[in-house]
Write a protein that binds this ligand. Sequence first.
Ligand SMILES: [Zn+2]
Length: 225
Amino acid sequence: MNEDQAHRALREELGVYALGAGSPDERAVVRAHLEGCAACRAELAELAPIAARLADADPDRLDEDPAPPPGLADAVLARIAAEGALPRADPAGRRRRTRLAAGSLVLATAAAAFAVGWLVRPVPPPPPLESVAVEVTDPDITATADVVPHTWGVEVKLAGAGFTSGEVYRVTVLEDDGDAAPAGAFLGTGPAELFCNLNSPVLRGDAEGFQVVDASGAVVLRSTF
Ligand SMILES: [Zn+2]
């Protein structure tokens, strides 16, 4: 493959690379090419902010807005992964690879067009986030939380790790009159970090805090607003 062919082949991989996808070997090939190709570096610089916005988009914040069809990104990436897994030396495989490459290019183009439409749609201002203090009573757990004052009640956005894998944790929002309202439940994911949005029917002005109890009913985390 000469320089120009390598350049054309690599340009098609830049989107995948910008999204942080691709095998370590494929990423190394792209990196090696980028070192010697200013045109590809410039193209990657243009793709990077779009990829970052896609990665940062919080689907939970977009409930009332059009969202990409579920599984679209997975379908595109699976197609690209399947293409990468084909034996490259076999001529029949190479023909199939070419067809698949064309197919994945169509899919990737459709996904990109959708993503661009999705990104440029009018976005309402994000609701204000209020960071709240969190106290854990289980030393294995680390967590932070923000609350969002909606018109229908307060939402708790919980980020944490160390909740026992597979165990059900229940969240209640505590009201200033001493009542407690259920705000949902989640499954622990062990050392993997979890991000959980928990909705309660208690207005922010009536909410004094929230707590998380484990399957045995013990409070493992509490927060006072
Ligand atoms: Zn290049």
